[in-house]
Structure formats: structure tokens, C-alpha cells
Design a protein around this ligand. Structure first.
Ligand code: AR6
Length: 188
């Protein structure tokens, strides 16, 4: 199996040229928005959530606090937006992935909703590039191969019907996810 380069580009048909796979740290990505794999409290945590708040600075948490005060918790599958503060991106879209319960709690639809709602929010804010981490595949325990399939198919379907998003980056932190995404993208 070929190994992942640090930055891996895929250019296939015109649709796939809008999708790019990157191996690395999402906090370094200069997109209009990066997506955070948050929890319903939006009060930060470990994994990519911890990294985004650490690099972005405390103003992101402050903005999250205001959102929660206004609307209550962010439910699984939903998404909200804050500024990205000290990050190179312009905005952070915080979405809450499903915890994996052996597929018994509607996890697949909830995971797809994370990608759909994040993309919808990007369009609502006139953003044209967005970077996703591998939502739910860390602490929340979603099987990585299935999560990659859902992520790619959901994004592809969305891009098919929306021209406003010109670039979607899938940012894989670990080699296993990177290989899985590579295979899935090649199969499309
Ligand atoms: N850049 C990109 N991807 C990353 C980074 C990074 N800097 N760090 C980790 N990942 P996780 P979840 C990958 O656990 O499963 C938090 O505590 C990681 O390798 O961050 O949705 C929240 O507050 C994995 O593939 O998110 C929630 O409580 C992927 O990001 C909970 O974890 C997701 O792993 C959410 O769990």
C-alpha cells in the first residue's frame, strides 16, 4: 500500500478536484472554515477540539459560551459557527459527531448530518473553502472505514448540488485514516 505524503492532492474529474486530502494538523489549515469535532457543551475537550481551542485562544470558548447561553446545547449532528481568532482559518464550524454505539443509535445518519450541516453553515456565511477532521473517529469510537465512506459520500453529494463551495479539505491526522480516505477517494 502506498504511504501518505505529508500533503496529498487528488485531481480526478471536476467534482473530485474540489476535494483534497491532507495529512496533518487542522489547526494549520488556512481555509475559510475549519470544522471542529466538538461535544454538545461546546466547552472544549481533547483531540482535535483541544487543539483548536489551544491554538485559537480563549475567545473561541467565550463565543461558544454565548451560543450555548442563547440556544442551549449543540445537539449531535448539528453545527454552529464562531470566528477562528488566532487560527489561520477565518471561522470554526463546531459540530457534534455521534458516539459509536455499535450502529444502534442512528449513528450513520447523525454523522452524515454533521457534514451536511457544516457545509450548509459554510454556504450561509458565504464561505467557499472548508476543512474537515475525521469526525467521531477518535474518542467517540466510530469505525474509521465506515466513517470515511460516509464523510466522502456525503460531501460528494452535497458538492454535486452546490457550486458555492469550491474546496473541501479532508484533514487526516493519523496514517490509518489517511490510507482509508485515499482508498475511498480512489474508488469514487
Ligand atoms: N488535526 C486534525 N485531526 C486531529 C487533530 C488535529 N490537530 N487531533 C486529533 N485529530 P477526536 P471525536 C483527529 O477524538 O472522536 C473531544 O474531547 C483524530 O486522530 O478529536 O469526534 C471532544 O470535546 C481523530 O481521527 O473527536 C468530544 O468530547 C479525529 O480527529 C470528543 O473528543 C477525531 O477525534 C469528540 O470525539
Amino acid at each position: 500500500m502506498p504511504s501518505c505524503d505529508s500533503r496529498w492532492h487528488f485531481y480526478f474529474c471536476s467534482l473530485m478536484s474540489r476535494i483534497e486530502l491532507i495529512k496533518g494538523d487542522i489547526t494549520k489549515i488556512k481555509a475559510d472554515a475549519i470544522v471542529n469535532a466538538a461535544n454538545s457543551s461546546l466547552m472544549g475537550g481533547g483531540g482535535v477540539d483541544g487543539a483548536i481551542h489551544r491554538v485559537g485562544g480563549p475567545a473561541i470558548l467565550e463565543e461558544c459560551r454565548k451560543i450555548i447561553a442563547k440556544q442551549g446545547s449543540c445537539k449531535t449532528g448539528e453545527a454552529v459557527v464562531t470566528k477562528a481568532r488566532n487560527l489561520p482559518a477565518k471561522f470554526v464550524i463546531h459540530t457534534v459527531g455521534p458516539v459509536w454505539y455499535n450502529g444502534k443509535k442512528n449513528e450513520a445518519a447523525l454523522l452524515a448530518a454533521c457534514y451536511q450541516n457544516s457545509l450548509k453553515l459554510a454556504i450561509k456565511h458565504n464561505l467557499s473553502s472548508i476543512a474537515f477532521p475525521n469526525i467521531s473517529t477518535g474518542l467517540y469510537g466510530y469505525p474509521k472505514e465506515e466513517a470515511a465512506r460516509i464523510a466522502i459520500n456525503t460531501v460528494k453529494e452535497f458538492l454535486d448540488q452546490n457550486d458555492l463551495i469550491t474546496k473541501v479539505y479532508f484533514v487526516c491526522f493519523d496514517e490509518e485514516n489517511c490510507q482509508l480516505y485515499k482508498l475511498q477517494i480512489q474508488q469514487n
